[in-house]
Design a protein around this ligand. Sequence first.
Ligand code: AMP
Ligand code: GLY
Length: 428
Amino acid sequence: MKVLVVGSGGREHALCWAISASPLCDALYCAPGNAGIADVASCVPLSAEDVDGIVAWVKANGIGFVVVGPEAPLVLGLADRLKAEGVKVFGPSARAAALEGSKGFMKDLLAKYNVPTAAYGRFREVDAAHAFIRQHGAPIVVKADGLAAGKGVTVARTVEEAIAAVDEALVGGRFGDAGAEVVIEEFLDGEEVSFFALVDGETALPLASAQDHKAVGDGDTGPNTGGMGAYSPAPALTPELQERVMREIVEPTVRGMAAEGCPFTGVLFAGLMIQDTAAGKVPKTLEFNVRFGDPECQTLMMRMKSDVLAALVAAADGVLKNFDVRWHDTVSLCVVMAARGYPGDYVKNTEIRALDAAGAVEGVTVFHAGTKRAEDGRILSTGGRVLGVTATGTTVAEAQARAYEAVKRLDWPDGFCRSDIGWRAVGR
Ligand code: AMP
Ligand code: GLY
C-alpha cells in the first residue's frame, strides 16, 4: 500500500516513524513534512490545507491510504473529497470534524446525549453574554466557537476578565468568524488528562491516555502553548476511570454522532477533567479533538506494539469490532524543545547540532516538529515547537532522565524546554 501522511509537525513525524515500520507500507509520503520526516518518508511540497492540491496529487500518484494529522484540513473537508474520489482515508468528514471545529455543536451534542461536561450557554449577542457572566460569576470560561489555533479559550478568574474576553471575540473580532459566537461555560476544577480512542463510525477502541503540559514555563506558569511535553500513560486515569470514560463519554458520543447522521471515523481525542468529588473521582469532558494530540501522539507511537497502520486502516474500513491494539509495557515521555520567544514571536532559521548524539541515548527518539534541511545539509529551526525529544523507560522517572540526557546532548543555543515534564507522575 502507498500511504500519504498529511501534516508537518512532531505528531506527523511520530506517525510516519511508526507507519514506515509497517509491513503493509510499500511507500510512504508526507505533505509537506519536515527534515526529520524526510528520513522515513518522501516529502511532497504541498501545504496540509491545500485540499485541491492534495486530492490531485493523491490521484496522480496512486496513493491507497491517506492519514490526516491536523484538524484544519479535516474541517475543510479533505476526508470527504478523498472518499468521493474512492481513496481510503483515516480522519473524519467535515461534518464530524465539527466536534472540534465548533464548540457550540460539540456542547449541544453532549447535552442531547447526556455526556458529562461543564454547564454552558451559546451567545452571539454581547448583552446576553454579559448578563450570563454576571449571573454565574467567576471563575468562568469563555471560548470562541471555531478553530482559533489554541488561543480561543479564556479561563477567567474575574467577571471583568470574562467580559473582556467576550468583547474581544464578539465586538473586537479577534478570532474573525471563529469568534462570531462564543460558548461560556462553568469552570471545572481537577486534573486534566488526554484520552484517545480509535473510532470507525460505530465502534470505539480505547488506545491510551496521556498528560500534556500546556503552559510554557516550569511549574505550569506563563502563557499556554500547543504543548511543551507529555507522557503516557497518565496515572490519573486508572483502569476503572478509563472504563467509565469509554462508557459515559466516548461511546455515547460515537452513538450520538451516528444518530445525527454524521458518524465519526478517525481518532477521538477527549480532553478530560478528572474531578475530585464527595462521590469519588468523576471524569468530565472539556473538549473533543478529531485528531491525535501533539505531543501526545509522540508518546503513544513509542509505546504501541501493534502495527499502527493496520489499526488506522481497520478504523477507516469500519472493522474495529474484532480488532485489538497491544502496547509495550513501558511508559514514554516527550520533552518539547521550542525556539526562543515561543509562544510569542520566536527566532527562526537557527542551526540545530548534535541531533545524532541526542538520539543515541538509550530509549530515545528525537521527533522533528519545525525543521528544514538547508542546501548545505545543516538542520535549521522553522517553527515555534521544533523538536520532541521522546524516551521510553520502565518508569516515568527513567523515561524523564533519558529524555533530559538527550536534551543536554543537543547543541541548539536558540532552543529551550521546560525542565519539569512529568512532575505530577514522578511525584505520585
Ligand atoms: P480547550 O481548547 O477547550 O481544551 O481549552 C483549553 C484549556 O482550557 C483546557 O486544556 C483547560 O486547561 C482549560 N479549560 C477549558 N475548559 C475549561 C473548563 N470548563 N474549566 C476549567 N478549565 C477549562
Ligand atoms: N497537545 C494538545 C493538542 O494537541 O491539542
